[in-house]
Design a protein around this ligand. Structure first.
Ligand SMILES: Nc1ncnc2c1ncn2[C@@H]1O[C@H](COP(=O)(O)OP(=O)(O)O)[C@@H](O)[C@H]1O
Ligand SMILES: [Mg+2]
Length: 285
């Protein structure tokens, strides 16, 4: 069970003066059960790649298969394959449109032909997942909510589709730290509870290091690095720098402490890990 991307390229506004090559010969496989982060500079092609994974964009060349089904076709199996991939777009709250939170979250499940009773169950489950009380919020207008709450509604709308592959395009962009943590707590709960793949697109090295087991680094429409998170930060710092990226702050801090003579063993991917390493180096634990 996987998404296979085979040598795809994509050009926006092809054959016009505004032609823009956004993806070039991208090949990768994402298996169910993986937590992958896609990182890279603005304009490196992350969102364009994401939109190929559920058939929103059709590659100029190459192909995308979900569980063995090529998304290029038109049949019922293609429709079902596309439904397995859910995308939470960047600033998803801009796409909220319904009059009530219930209606907004119900849109996807209803569209895939579910009976209303089942739709309601999925809306309830999805709201519970993102921490919005059903009785309190279901009939409210989504437009009265705070930014963080609106984003949770948008995420619930995708969760309600019960995707096997969940893509989140910069889910924490512009959020306060509390809303950000809430969203990641929910995301990890979904990831652990169901055997899905999560594909997290992020600008933040800290987020990528904390949550993802595998990193895909994009640069100029290509995959510059594809590897295990810990190995990428250990072995590919030069390449990261070449594409204008850096390692997480916890690793930089480790370097500074080591340069000052503290003997830290290991690579701290998070602040918490660094604290543990420092305690050990100091003999405090
Ligand atoms: N709708 C579009 N029309 C034309 N060019 C686009 C469009 N969307 C993105 N691009 C261009 O494609 C490239 C990749 O963009 P994008 O996939 O949005 O990158 P990222 O998500 O990494 O910031 C950029 O050069 C961007 O300007
Ligand atoms: Mg983007």
């Amino acid at each position: 069970m996987s998404i296979e991307v085979k040598n795809i390229s994509y050009t926006y506004m092809a054959k016009t003066p505004f032609e823009r090559k956004a993806l070039e010969n991208v090949t990768l496989t994402i298996e169910k059960g993986e937590f992958v982060a896609i990182i890279g500079h603005t304009g490196s092609g992350k969102s364009t790649l994401a939109e190929h994974l559920n058939g929103l964009l059709v590659p100029s060349t190459g192909e995308v298969c979900v569980d063995g089904v090529n998304l290029k076709g038109k049949g019922n199996d293609v429709r079902l394959a596309k439904h397995k991939v859910g995308i939470v777009f960047q600033y998803p709250e801009h796409q909220i449109f319904a009059e009530t939170i219930y209606e907004d979250i119900a849109f996807g499940p209803r569209n895939s032909g579910k009976a209303e009773k089942e739709v309601e169950i999925q809306v309830r489950n999805a709201m519970q997942f993102v921490g919005l009380d059903y009785d309190l919020f279901a009939q409210r207008s989504p437009f009265q909510l705070s930014g963080g709450q609106m984003r949770r509604v948008a995420i619930a709308g995708v969760i309600a589709m019960e995707p096997d592959y969940l893509i989140m395009d910069e889910p924490s962009a512009g959020l306060d730290p509390v809303s950000r943590d809430a969203i990641f707590t929910q995301l990890m709960a979904v990831f652990k509870k169901r055997d899905i793949a999560v594909i997290l697109i992020t600008h933040s090295m800290e987020e990528a290091a904390q949550y993802a087991d595998r990193l895909l680094v994009m640069s100029k429409g290509q995959i510059a690095i594809d590897g295990k998170t810990s190995e990428v930060f250990k072995e590919q710092r030069g390449t990261l720098q070449e594409v204008g990226l850096d390692v997480p702050e916890s690793i930089k801090l480790t370097d500074l402490l080591c340069a000052k003579g503290l003997k830290i063993e290991g690579q701290a991917l998070t602040k918490e890990q660094l604290v543990e390493y420092i305690k050990k180096a100091k003999g405090w634990s």
